[in-house]
Design a protein around this ligand. Sequence first.
Ligand code: SF4
Length: 421
Amino acid sequence: MRPMFREHGKPTRSSWGFLGEGAGSGGPCDLSCKHCFYRNAETYAFNDAESLLCRFSKFRQYYGLNAVDITGGEATIYVDPALSKRGLKHKHPDGRNDHLAYLVQYCSNIGLAPSIITHGANNTEALTKQIEDAGLDTWEFSLHGLGEHNGVEYGRSHDSLVVGHGDRAVPDHFGRMVDNAAFAKRPIRWNISVTGQTYRDLPGWARFITERFAPTVANMIAWMSYDTWGPDNVPPWMKNYTDYAPYIAEAVDVLETAGWEANVRYFPLCLAKEWGFAANTHQHYQIQYDPWEWAFEATSDKRLRRSWGDVERGWLTEDEFWRQAVSLRTRSCDAYARQRQPQSPPCQSCAARNICEGQDSLYTTVFGTDHLTPIRSEDVGLPEGAVLNDVNYFLTAGDDTSLRKRGAKDAQAKELAESGA
Ligand code: SF4
């Protein structure tokens, strides 16, 4: 069994709580990382706090959620002029942010366990304490790649991806994040975006965090062309899933050996299975059962037939409530599949096509689909022609973990040979 920090496999009761304008968009950030979903967007503004409280309250009372991932842009710079008028400061000299603490405290008070996604560089000791005292459940640090810490260079991928507006360098960003993480008393979940800049550093990244921090959760998020990326705007650093796979496999091995929960997001299940990490992999379908991730119906503000209030009044059982929520989520995931699978012949004959929406469309445009091998019914214990409908099949079936060992070294040697170096 995989090491788990929290149980997977039940309908998630968490959502993204975007601080930016609109129901599901980014917000202002003091950086402009090259892979960011919103990098090419027009300027964003923060939502006012009262609107956000209404949204958080709706998560709790209407959608029945009990957790929220507060995310910007960058949450630590959150500001609402209306709160300033009430005497709250968003930037104390020691780094505290009363405006963010106000949101965190509200969520905590209503039973919506708040987490904060952050780049971590603003997390002074005082800010960390203030936010944790306000009721924070977990931090989620976006530690993309490796950099320099205490005069030792562990890699350069962080600085090639994490940049300021106008692509200005941000000296010592990696080191500050790592130092600030030590202030946290609450658990930190660690994110890395898997891109052309970072994928070769994944095993080293896994070693870096497992050697310094207590086992929690590590998320490797295969970059996708959400939001402001598309066929007319293909990033030069985008690599194929086949390039990423050996390095992800080795990183999962490092993490699990150290007792960490290792999650891989937005990765084709067939390739993940070939490399021994299908049980760790979450396409949109699996994300709906991942305790850390986001309930589709709440994130995209969908209308429910019956609200959570009906459960509290005893008019509906919890099982009945979650069945309707899951049905809505499945329809949203099916919409992704309908968009992606017709462009991908392997997906159309795959036994996992009802639980995997296929690969991101931009990857299909750039790299084609020859590298996808449809999963056969007999490979997943089904009669010929039958199709998997249990989205958590791989979570419970597990993997042949020896497949991970082929790993990154061979891939590196091949790359070197191909480059003639
Ligand atoms: S649906 Fe497509 S991407 Fe997903 S496992 Fe099957 S062949 Fe691979």
